[in-house]
Design a protein. Structure first.
Length: 209
């Protein structure tokens, strides 16, 4: 009987019966014993159920954690333009050579090889904004990941302020969530901020002589 016919089981909220009766799939209950359980579909159902009560930012953080926790390659990876060598041996960024992808923040950080505290902040912010496609990031999240990498900023607010005041600006504040003094401030890298990280990656990829 096709799924959703009048004689099929009623529609339910997302649910999985591990004992073998029904699973939820695309809004309908399908019979486990009739079609069998595809482990991939079952996992998707469980994930959807777990993420349903979360807001968009929390969902992104959970998915990001899962990708890094299970070391999934090729998911959430960013394409970074590779440098092209001219006849004189100079590096021309953004040429048509094969692009490189990064499946984890640690991979990106290692490739960029940032040398200063501000550069390290830029690389982690790039991961949030360019790789994960987030519409903004906060200082606490960035500094927590810097700590995991062994490079925690002693004053992340000062670092971000320095990049906001620089000409051209590398970072901008896009909004503030809450009205208290401790309200969460959300930032974004400017075009120059993104370019700064891509320059690090290109310099790292350039052959040494």
């Amino acid at each position: 009987m096709p799924i959703g016919d009048a004689g099929s089981a009623p529609r339910l909220a997302a649910t999985t019966d591990l004992d073998g009766r029904y699973i939820h799939s695309v809004g309908y209950v399908v019979r486990y014993r009739e079609i069998g359980v595809d482990p991939e579909v079952q996992a998707m159902s469980e994930i959807a159920k777990a993420l349903e009560p979360l807001d968009q930012d929390a969902t992104k953080r959970v998915l990001k954690w899962a990708i890094e926790r299970f070391q999934v390659s090729g998911v959430g990876a960013v394409h970074v333009p590779r440098p092209v060598m001219s006849g004189s041996g100079d590096v021309t960024p953004g040429g048509p050579l094969p692009e490189k992808t990064f499946a984890s923040l640690a991979d990106l950080f290692d490739e960029a090889n940032p040398q200063s505290g501000l550069d390290r902040v830029l690389v982690v912010a790039y991961w949030h904004q360019k790789v994960n496609g987030e519409d903004g990031w906060d200082s606490q999240s960035v500094n927590a990941e810097l700590k995991d990498l062994g490079h925690q900023s002693s004053n992340i607010t000062r670092d971000l302020g320095a990049m906001i005041k620089r000409t051209p600006r590398l970072v901008i504040q896009v909004r503030q969530e809450g009205s208290t003094k401790q309200a969460r401030k959300v930032y974004k890298l400017t075009r120059e901020g993104l370019k700064a990280v891509e320059n690090m990656l290109n310099a790292s990829a350039a052959p040494t002589t």
